[in-house]
Ligand binder design. Structure first.
Ligand SMILES: Nc1ncnc2c1ncn2[C@@H]1O[C@H](COP(=O)(O)OP(=O)(O)OP(=O)(O)O)[C@@H](O)[C@H]1O
Length: 190
């Protein structure tokens, strides 16, 4: 049985039909890339998969007790704490142990308040929390937009590691080339 299944899902906004009877399944250890032009429905499909928005018809099945993570394309992070305090607090809520090796690999600017971090460093904090531990499913919306080349390599290594551990990742991206060495399923939404 798949972790998540979409069965004949349709979604429209007004008279704009984004998906018509779409059926997809997401299994353990698979990477799915949602690709397509701006406005083609990548974020909408992610939100449907997460049950954050309603379908117009069709159904979405989630295996019970799935550990899911979501990395949105933008979040303000208005926290006065430094990254280490913020991350430790988030991990305690998530009930996931601190992984110092993964944290050091990302090389986050630990000296500034989270709210004052650069865009790339904020994205690193979100990536840390999305890819720490052993989630069953990770949803990521444009996770590479503010990252430098070195960080992209680190993140790709982590994604490959998690895939080997059995994590399913569903990623909206314009950067298909980054995944050329990985086994991925591409969903073209144009
Ligand atoms: N809540 C909403 N109400 C009305 N229309 C919406 C809503 N959310 C999204 N849309 C529309 O649905 C379409 C798909 O939007 P979506 O954000 O899923 O696209 P996307 O592929 O993620 O785009 P981008 O690459 O620009 O991030 C767009 O035309 C958008 O305007």
């Amino acid at each position: 049985m798949s972790l998540i299944e979409l069965r004949e899902v349709s979604k429209r906004y007004g008279d704009h039909t984004l998906f018509e009877n779409l059926s997809l399944s997401f299994d353990t250890g698979t990477i799915h890339l949602l690709v397509g032009k701006n406005g083609s429905g990548k974020t909408t499909l992610l939100k449907l998969c997460m049950n954050r928005i309603q379908t117009d018809s069709g159904s979405i099945y989630h295996q019970k007790k799935l550990k899911c993570r979501y990395m949105p394309d933008f979040v303000e992070l208005p926290y006065v704490d430094r990254p280490f305090t913020f991350i430790s607090w988030m991990l305690s809520i998530m009930r996931v142990p601190l992984d110092l090796k993964w944290l050091s690999e990302l090389d986050i600017d630990m000296g500034s308040e989270v709210s004052n971090l650069s865009k790339g460093n904020k994205q690193k904090v979100l990536l840390y929390l999305s890819l720490v531990g052993s989630p069953d499913v990770v949803f990521m919306d444009e996770p590479f937009t503010a990252l430098d080349d070195k960080t992209i390599k680190v993140v790709m290594k982590r994604i490959a590691y998690l895939q080997a551990q059995g994590t399913c990742m569903i990623i909206s991206t314009h950067e298909i080339k980054l995944f050329s060495k990985l086994d991925v399923v591409i969903h073209a939404l144009d």
